[in-house]
Structures are given as structure tokens and as C-alpha cells.
Design a protein around this ligand. Structure first.
Ligand code: FAD
Length: 448
């Protein structure tokens, strides 16, 4: 089949590659100049199936309200919530019910487990050399945090996820550079989790797609998808027409993105047998004219990336792998000769506006745990938008519009879920029975 994939973040790139492996003739459209330029650019890189969980969880509302107004709150609402955000929050709150959360979490865990296996297989088969390390250590600062984690741990045990609850001394053996003066009550160690550089992986797949002759249409914004129907009484669906226009391939385009305007107008139309929409938050605008309303919400977060101090002389200084500070919901990741610290969840506001409080929290958490690992003055700051659906699982599969397929809405776990989601899409297009239950990922669950 001739298939167009729209969006070249980690989800689109892995989808294009999986479809290519299935023998399809793939074209990849991306409005920016390369792959992994938006949400996939500088995320924390954590792939821990046991911690891939819906944001909509029992007790979450109480946690959010408990931190309300604090400068270091993990979740913030910027300004007054819009009508769309209020409607999204309502759906999110309803999905916090255990009857919704438990099956959603189990489905996401199953997909993340499959995804990690596929990520490892691909990196081996294609010899992808990217910054990566094994293990996630969740840091619990107090007795209260340890007690609060018990219900989640029971669920992990039920779902057969390998983890150990360890005391502070063992935490310091796993991560010897942890600062001794910061109070640490206990840790949860997930030895089979991984941390890896998502953008490097996406760039390696881009090179593979190029090598295999896939047309990569960078600086090409898809504006419209039009189902093509046969003439005659039955009006059978015959494919999808993709209308796109060329975007100026330079710094000018960054300005155009923030303004929501175009800079050049070369229009192009091409017909495909099928289209897979992997356009994250922008998927909503592409799908609405087709009668699909995906309730996607930007949940902004920040990361700082710093070079490890004296890396040449002491490459083992600083964190070895991934850590999560449970109190602040901040991840600390080792990526080669750099440390990345990521967190914060901001609803509303603009991607281009950086708030100082969440960035200060990232610096503070790094200072608490690894005060001498990196040079704070050399931090690169990034803000990204997690494409979040209210109940948690991404939307993967048939859209309900003939020949239009979806792979979008991966929220805070797009890297951890990408390779598995791509496999599900490839199975669906090929008509193969899926190797797992996909009901919780159906895009049709949002139909009114
Ligand atoms: C601070 C932070 C930390 C995170 N940490 C982790 C983590 O540790 N582990 C994890 O698994 N996930 C993490 N995430 C989430 C993860 O980064 C996202 O889920 C993932 O990057 C989403 O990938 P995507 O391909 O769907 O979106 P994107 O990377 O945003 O890609 C979508 C692409 O579609 C393109 N596009 C959109 N519309 C069009 C159009 N009309 N025409 C052409 N192209 C179009 C866009 O330009 C973009 O490149 C984190 C996110 C943030 C913000």
C-alpha cells in the first residue's frame, strides 16, 4: 500500500519504519526541518513500563489540590482555564475512578513492555548507537511518601513488574554519587527499566529511512485530508488525498509556528491508499474537519540538560541511570556525558513562555541529589508539550474514517510507548490480529 505518515516525532518515525518493514511504500510528512523537533526533542528519556501510567489516577485530584499555589507544585494551571481545558479536566477527573484507571494502566503497561522489547530489538538489528543506561530508582524522601507508594506497588506486583523496595543505604549503593546530606527514606528500584536519548534514536531511524529511499517531506505542513470516494452508486472509499504546503526551511519558520501563520504557499496534493496521523497535538486540527474530535490537551513540561563536570577524568561521576524524585515528580537522567533533569506539568499557557518556578525546581532537585555532578551555569533549558488524552492511553488504530488511521496522544510516555504503538498500527494496516488487547487504545472511545 502507499501510506502517508504525518508527523516525524518519535511516534511518526517509528511508525514509518514499522510500515516500511511490512513492505508498504511510505512517505513521511513533517512541518519542521527534521525529526524529533517538538515534544520528542529533550524529554527525560525514561522507558520504565512499571511507571507508564495514566495521569488520571485515584487520589490525583487530592494531590494536585494539596500542592495548589505552591511555587514547587508538580502540577500548575497557567491563567484561567479555557472552556476546552475545563471540559478536558472533567473527563480527566471521571477517568480517575479506579474502575477506569486500573484497566487503562494495565493496557499501558502491556504496551510499554512490548515497546521496550521492540526498541531493544531495533537498536540491536540496526546497530543504533544512542545514549542509554539500565535502571530506574524512585527516591522517597519521607515515611509518608513510602506509605503513599504502597497501593501502586501492590498493583505493580499484581501486574508482574519486577521491582525492589530498598533502604537508603542500598539506594546509595545503586547510585553512589547521591548526596549524603539530603534526607532519603527509601527507594523503589526497577532494574529492567531503561533511560535513552529519544532524539538520537529518532535521528538514527531517520537515517535508516533515508537509506531505504523513503521520501521525507520536511518543511511540508499537511493542511487537509480528504477521503477519496469512487464515483457510482456505492461510493466506495478508494484512498485519501493529502493536501500540504511548503514551509520556509529556516529560522523564519520558527517565528511562523509561534504566530500560527504560513511563510510560503506552494500547495501540493498527493493521493495515498492510507494515512496514519502521528501529529501529536496538531492531530486535532487535521481530524476535526473529518468529524473526529480528539480531546488532546498540551501538558507542558521543562527539562534542563547539563554537561557532567570533569567527565573526561571522572566518567562515573553523577547519576548512572534514571532516577525519579517522587515528591517533586522530577526525573534525573544520565545521557552519555550529560545529565538531564525534567518535570513540571503546566496546563494552559504558551509553549514559548517559560515560567521561572518549575525551572528553579529542576535545578533544586539536581542540587539536592547530585550537587557536584554538573555545572548549573551551562544548563540548556527546554519546554515541551505532552500530547495528553484525558483518560491516559494513546489513540491507536482505525479512526472511523475509511483509510485514516491514528497513532497519537501518548502524553507523558511517548518514547516509552513509541515502538510498541508503531507495531500495533502496522498490525492493524496489515489486518493481522493484534498480539495484545487493543480495546483501551481505540480512537472510537471518544465518539459522542
Ligand atoms: C518535560 C517532558 C519530559 C518527558 N519525559 C518523557 C519520558 O521520560 N519518557 C517518555 O516516554 N516520554 C516522555 N515525555 C513525553 C514524550 O516526549 C512525548 O509523549 C512524545 O515525544 C510524543 O511524541 P510524538 O511523536 O507524538 O509528538 P512530537 O514529537 O511532537 O511529534 C509530532 C510531529 O508532528 C509534526 N506535525 C504536526 N502537525 C503537522 C502537520 N499538519 N503537517 C506535518 N507535520 C506535522 C510536528 O511538527 C511534530 O514534529 C516527556 C515530555 C516532556 C514535555
Amino acid at each position: 500500500m502507499r501510506v502517508a505518515v504525518i508527523g516525524a516525532g518519535i511516534v511518526g518515525v517509528t511508525t514509518a519504519h514499522e510500515l516500511l518493514c511490512d513492505g508498504h511504500e511510505v512517505t513521511l510528512y513533517e512541518q519542521r526541518s527534521s525529526v524529533a523537533v517538538e515534544a520528542s526533542f529533550a524529554n527525560a528519556g525514561v522507558m520504565a513500563p512499571g511507571y507508564v501510567t495514566p495521569w488520571a489516577a485515584p487520589g490525583m485530584l487530592r494531590k494536585v489540590l494539596g500542592q495548589w499555589g505552591r511555587r514547587d507544585a508538580a502540577v500548575r494551571i497557567a491563567g484561567l482555564p479555557s472552556a476546552a481545558l475545563t471540559a478536558w479536566l472533567w473527563r480527566w477527573w471521571r477517568a480517575c475512578d479506579p474502575a477506569e484507571h486500573t484497566p487503562n494502566r494495565a493496557a499501558m503497561l502491556a504496551l510499554a513492555t512490548r515497546s521496550l522489547v521492540r526498541t531493544r530489538a531495533l537498536s540491536e538489528a540496526l546497530r543504533i548507537d544512542y545514549e542509554r543506561a539500565r535502571g530506574l530508582l524512585v527516591l522517597l524522601r519521607s515515611e509518608r511518601e513510602l506509605a503513599g507508594s504502597r497501593a501502586g506497588l501492590r498493583l505493580l506486583a499484581e501486574l508482574d513488574v519486577g521491582f525492589h523496595v530498598v533502604d537508603a543505604a542500598v539506594c546509595r549503593r545503586i547510585e553512589p554519587a547521591l548526596d549524603a546530606s539530603t534526607v532519603l527514606r527509601a527507594g523503589i528500584h526497577l532494574p529492567s527499566a531503561e533511560v535513552g536519548n529519544c532524539r538520537q534514536f529518532a535521528l538514527a531511524l531517520k537515517a535508516e529511512l533515508q537509506r531505504r529511499g523513503v521520501p521525507l517531506k520536511f518543511n511540508q505542513t499537511v493542511e487537509r485530508l480528504t477521503p477519496v470516494l469512487a464515483s457510482g452508486p456505492h461510493r466506495m472509499a478508494q484512498g485519501v488525498e493529502v493536501t500540504s504546503w511548503a514551509q520556509a526551511p529556516d529560522a523564519e519558520s520558527a517565528f511562523a509556528f509561534t504566530q500560527g501563520t504560513s511563510t510560503s504557499g506552494e500547495r501540493e496534493q498527493e493521493r495515498f491508499d492510507a494515512v496514519v496521523v502521528c501529529a501529536a497535538l496538531h492531530s486535532h486540527d487535521l481530524l476535526r474537519p473529518l468529524g473526529l474530535r480528539l480531546p488532546l490537551q498540551a501538558v507542558h513540561g521543562y527539562s534542563i540538560t547539563l554537561p557532567v563536570r570533569h567527565f573526561e577524568a571522572h566518567p562515573d561521576v553523577g547519576p548512572y541511570a534514571a532516577l525519579m524524585d517522587e515528591r517533586y515528580k522530577v526525573a534525573i537522567s544520565r545521557l552519555g556525558d550529560r545529565v538531564r533533569v525534567a518535570g513540571g506539568a503546566e496546563l494552559g499557557g504558551l509553549l514559548t513562555q517559560h515560567a521561572s518556578a518549575p525551572i528553579a525546581t529542576l535545578h533544586r532537585v539536581l542540587q539536592d541529589w547530585f550537587p557536584s555532578a554538573a555545572q548549573p551555569g551551562r544548563a540548556q533549558t527546554w519546554k515541551g508539550a505532552r500530547p495528553m488524552l484525558p483518560d491516559g492511553p494513546p489513540a491507536i488504530g482505525a479512526s472511523g474514517v475509511p483509510n485514516v488511521w491514528l497513532n497519537t496522544g501518548h502524553g507523558s510516555s511517548g518514547w516509552a510507548l513509541a515502538c510498541g504503538s508503531a507495531e500495533l498500527v502496522a498490525d492493524a494496516l496489515a489486518g493481522r490480529p493484534p498480539s495484545m488487547d487493543t480495546a483501551r487504545f481505540s480512537p472510537l472511545r471518544f465518539r459522542a
